[in-house]
Design a binder for this molecule. Structure first.
Ligand SMILES: NC(=O)c1ccc[n+]([C@@H]2O[C@H](COP(=O)([O-])OP(=O)(O)OC[C@H]3O[C@@H](n4cnc5c(N)ncnc54)[C@H](OP(=O)(O)O)[C@@H]3O)[C@@H](O)[C@H]2O)c1
Length: 308
């Protein structure tokens, strides 16, 4: 099959080439991939140290070609949404049936392919905050793939949504249209305490966001795009300005029971309740161009690669 293969000698570290077809385990279905989307993490991996000859890619929309041998997958011909730790940047992938959801007939595969990592991370991280109806929720890195789903889902859940971006002038209208009540240039500009934070940025953004948490509030540390460490100045972790404030780490591959959430998110995107926020779309062999833009902070939202 054709796939995007890591190759340190190729421009951008990737080349389109031939690789053996995947061989599914009994609890995996074989899926023909029709679209995949890029995420910050795998884009960084493609640029910084994936082994040569690997087929990367976490998110894919497609159609079941051969159902799982143990009977746990939908039948052949079913449109599906899939998540895996590799193998999505290819014409076919083998997918564990617990990392697969079904998709309404006729849904755009490109739109569906934006969901797995970004949509699931936003959904599962938001749930860590508990009920958010009528509560203030801060989302950092709000213009990114995870952030845009987080803003929409927090709004859907009834939160007062505060979106943080490095450039509110450029992205304010878009974020408000997605459901943000306020758009700010960084957590340090939040004026009143918040019940919860979904932090996609890390470093000093995480520290400033923690400082804005109300007593009993939770910050979910989802991402670290800055690559910075965190230093909490004394007495930020001491008692008098707020207590019982929590920082919870988050790791999507450690989550279980993802299939029903994939199906739910796919239905919401297909119905137009959630928008996929596709900022770039092209063929598989143009992936390096999209990766450059994503890592260079010039592409905000999701990049989709169509696979013929
Ligand atoms: N823990 C997990 O399981 C998990 C799951 C999914 C994602 N993640 C992580 O979550 C993070 C976000 O993922 P994503 O796919 O949404 O990434 P993304 O699409 O690249 O979005 C990240 C956003 O952060 C902002 N940003 C980028 N570089 C920055 C910098 N140096 N300083 C401050 N802000 C910066 C940008 O917004 P502005 O330019 O508008 O400021 C950008 O839109 C990544 O670190 C990713 O690896 C973790």
């Amino acid at each position: 099959m054709r796939a995007l293969i890591t190759d340190p000698a190729a421009p951008g570290g990737l080349r389109l080439g031939e690789t053996p077809d995947p061989v599914p385990a009994p609890d995996e279905a074989l899926v023909r991939v029709t679209a995949t989307s890029l995420n910050h993490g795998e884009a960084s991996l493609a640029r910084q140290g994936a082994p040569a000859g690997a087929v990367l890619g976490w998110d894919a929309a497609g159609v079941v070609v051969r159902p799982a041998g143990d009977g746990s997958s939908p039948p052949a011909g079913t449109p599906v949404i899939t998540l895996g730790m590799a193998g999505a940047w290819a014409e076919q992938r083998a997918v564990h049936t617990g990392m697969m959801g079904t998709v309404p007939e006729g849904a755009d595969p490109g739109a569906i392919s934006t969901i797995p990592v970004a949509g699931l991370s936003a959904l599962r991280a938001l749930r860590r905050l508990g009920p958010v109806l009528g509560r203030r929720v801060l989302i950092t890195g709000a213009t990114g793939g995870v952030g845009r789903y987080a803003v929409q889902l927090a709004r859907l859940a009834g939160a007062h949504v505060i979106a943080s971006t490095g450039d509110p002038a450029a992205h304010g209208d878009t974020l408000r249209a997605l459901g943000a009540d306020e758009v700010l240039a960084g957590p340090e500009n939040v004026d009143e305490p918040v019940h919860g934070v979904l932090d996609m940025v890390g470093g000093h953004h995480l520290v400033a966001a923690y400082d804005r948490l109300a007593p009993g509030g939770t910050l979910v540390a989802v991402g670290r795009v800055t690559g910075e460490g965190e230093s909490f100045p004394y007495p930020m972790l001491s008692g008098d300005r707020g207590h019982d404030r929590s920082i919870v780490s988050f790791y999507l591959p450690g989550e279980s029971g993802l299939g029903p959430d994939l199906t739910w998110l796919a239905a919401k995107v297909a119905a137009g309740v959630l928008t996929p926020q596709i900022a770039w779309r092209g063929p598989l062999d143009k992936a390096a161009e999209a990766i450059d833009a994503l890592l260079g902070r010039r592409l905000h939202g999701k990049a989709v690669l169509d696979i013929a």
